[in-house]
Design a protein around this ligand. Structure first.
Ligand code: UD1
Length: 420
């Protein structure tokens, strides 16, 4: 297994181009199951998670190959309806094949994804949504088995204990596009990745309105056809790079990004002392002044994303003052706290809050990545720290950041891979 070694203390400078959004591409690839026609998806990041989704599509009877960021999907044989535990257990997002399989075949058997390091992660909203469309749902031997003679449009409230759900909205939307009649999803997730999925579904012939808002209306159609689509840029990768500029006191121009998807992050970082200058679709990020501590609360979109919580915590770890970071989506998503503290940060967890006392500097140390965004926070801390940081279990990072070492190296970082 590889580890990532970073010699910190370099101010990152230059330009970086953001890859396609992982959380948009995964359900979009799953949506190709809704048609037997060929589909072409562009801007696909070469990530462990995208490759897992391609394996799932192949296991369900599709040809699905990636070349230079383009995935062409076509039907090799009749579409299967069983998504196996071996594949689903490696990536939670595989659960989003449930909606398209049920929509297209009126039956689906998909392994339950289980919890993960960031918390319990239930699927009650997914089940509630497909049941409302008329599916009969059983759980057997770790699989969810859903079937229906016909799916019928329904009025579905999809809000849960922690607000809306991204993948439940995706799943219900994909099941409803081929249902009879009209479906209304209330308290739908508004994340740009959900919107991008709806744009792709509409290109396939679906009739979806209101995507990007909490009220989505879907008029069921009989048939979907093939379509081509370019995936939106990854707002979380862009946000992570913005923090890399700030934490290293650097100056980075981020290309291929949509600043409107990062409103809450930009606003918070500006409050802390960052300068963002927009020009020709790019965003230049640097410090306007010495940063100050800010409080951050994660919320569903358009609030501050939980997927940026660990990264902003690394930044607050070296920013003078006290910052309170409150996690409202996954109250247990704090695995990075202990690792950041190993590097000299002073972070105390109190239930869903982390109280961060900014230090003058962090010191490089051997640390362990526990999940995708926690890994990103350790990379950021390592870039800012004095001395050498060695991050093990970097396969987590490979799930969501395409060519991250090369991108950081181009900005001047001393970062390399080493065999454990
Ligand atoms: C997606 C993202 C993930 C991000 C998360 C929250 C993908 C592939 N992943 O995950 O990167 O961190 O959104 O923005 O897009 N919940 C329920 N019942 C359910 C489903 C969810 O209570 O049936 C809860 C979850 O436990 C969590 C909250 O709802 O507390 C939001 O989760 P959700 O939006 O579903 O996350 P994912 O779609 O799995």
């Amino acid at each position: 297994m590889d580890k990532l070694v970073i010699e910190g203390g370099i101010k990152l400078k230059g330009e970086v181009t953001i890859s396609g959004a992982k959380n948009a591409v995964l359900p979009i690839l799953a949506a190709t199951l809704l048609t037997d026609d060929a589909c072409s998806i562009k801007g696909v990041p070469d990530l462990r998670d995208t490759n897992t989704m391609l394996k799932i599509l192949r296991s369900l009877g599709k040809n699905a190959d990636m070349e230079k960021g383009i995935v062409d999907v076509s039907s090799a044989k009749a579409c299967g309806y069983v998504a196996d535990y071996k594949l689903v257990s490696t990536m939670r997002a595989s659960f989003c094949v449930l909606g398209p399989l049920l929509g297209k075949l009126k039956k689906a058997k998909v392994s339950l994804p289980g919890g993960c390091i960031i918390g319990v992660r239930p699927v009650d909203l997914h089940i509630k949504g497909i049941k409302a469309l008329g599916a009969q749902v059983d759980i057997d031997s770790g699989y969810i088995i859903a079937k229906a003679d016909t799916l019928k449009g329904a009025h579905i409230y999809l809000g849960g204990m922690y607000g809306s759900s991204v993948l439940a909205t995706d799943n219900v939307m994909m099941a409803a596009v081929l249902a009879k009649g009209k479906t209304i999803i209330e308290s739908a997730a508004c994340e740009p990745e959900v919107e991008d999925l709806a744009v792709f579904l509409n290109k396939m012939g679906a009739k979806i309105k209101g995507h990007g808002t909490p009220l989505i209306e879907i008029e069921g159609v009989r048939h979907l056809h093939g379509a081509a689509h370019t995936v939106i840029p990854d707002r979380i990768e862009a946000g992570t790079i913005a923090i890399a500029a700030l934490i290293t006191q650097g100056d980075i121009t981020i290309k291929n990004m949509l600043p409107q998807h990062l409103g809450a992050v930009i606003d918070k970082l500006e409050e802390s002392g960052a300068s963002f200058v927009r020009a020709h679709g790019a965003l230049r990020v640097r410090r306007k002044r010495q940063l100050n501590a800010v409080n951050v609360t994660t919320l569903p979109y358009p609030g501050f994303p939980t997927d940026m919580q660990a990264q902003v915590m690394a930044l607050m770890g070296v920013t003078p003052g006290i910052s309170v970071i409150t996690e409202k989506i996954y109250p247990d998503r704090f695995m990075h706290v202990a690792e950041l503290n190993r590097m000299g940060a002073a972070i105390q967890r109190e239930g869903p809050h982390a109280i961060v006392e900014g230090k003058k500097w962090l010191s490089g140390a051997p640390v362990m990545a526990s999940d995708l965004r926690a890994s990103a926070s350790l990379v950021l801390a390592g870039l800012a720290a004095r001395g050498k940081t060695a991050i093990s279990r970097i396969y987590h990072l490979e799930r969501g950041y395409e060519n991250i070492e090369e991108k950081l190296q181009k900005l001047g970082a001393r970062i390399w891979r080493q065999k454990e």
